[in-house]
Design a binder for this molecule. Sequence first.
Ligand code: FES
Length: 167
Amino acid sequence: MALQEAQSKQQEDRRLRIVDRTMRMHGNEPNALIETLHAIQETYGFIDLDLMRYVSDKLGVPLSKVYGVATFYHFFTLKPQGEHTCVVCTGTACYIGGAKAILDEIGKTYDIGPGETTKDNKLSLLTARCLGACGLAPAVVYDGAVSGKQTPETVMNTIGRWFENGS
Ligand code: FES
């Protein structure tokens, strides 16, 4: 379990490194805001308040402005309402590795597509373009923790537990 947590943390750091790199490439300046939000959207699949705060601090942009930009443009998705989130990476390595089969299985079982939440608000499904963990393709993020080498079966097991436990 400790190993799994350490691996999740490492994957998390990879995603954050992609975001950091984007900010650095733009001089860590306020005008990097839109590019940075794009990088977050592509790696995390959504933009949540913690990430907005992080960007606000790093770029010296008021949180209200970060929030305003993130909510203004339709191509940005705020963290969805579902109790649990599942982000399937659809970047090239993951797509080739079977991301579509994973999405199809989730869609068939829970009747949702990317960007949607089940009617009971239990599960939100999202996609990301690359989580920075291509060596682990196909990768899926369960409630913020990255898991690699996923299959439709492993995904169904993990998500199924959320529904079984009622949590
Ligand atoms: S393409 Fe999925 S982690 Fe890079």
